[in-house]
Design a protein. Structure first.
Length: 78
């Protein structure tokens, strides 16, 4: 995920997540942690891997985070 986000972006619903600091949407302002939207993306990837490994249906059931409900709130001066 991080490699693709670094090289052009990773699609997450209506967003393209990149590792660009401030405007990429994946990495928070500290440059280390993910944003809430970034954590939502990773949660979806984990659930997809669980589905593939154990035959569950998290993705099919729609039990995954929606990117639009996970805002990235930065100070207005940025």
């Amino acid at each position: 995920v991080l490699e693709q986000a670094t090289n052009g972006g990773y699609p997450f619903d209506d967003f393209t997540m990149t590792t660009d600091l401030v405007f990429g949407g994946l990495i928070s302002l500290d440059g280390v942690h993910l944003t809430s939207r970034g954590y939502g993306l990773m949660a979806r990837e984990f659930l997809a891997a669980i589905d593939a490994a154990f035959g569950s249906n998290f993705i099919e059931a729609g039990a995954t985070p929606d990117a639009g409900e996970l805002p990235t709130n930065f100070p207005p001066g940025i």
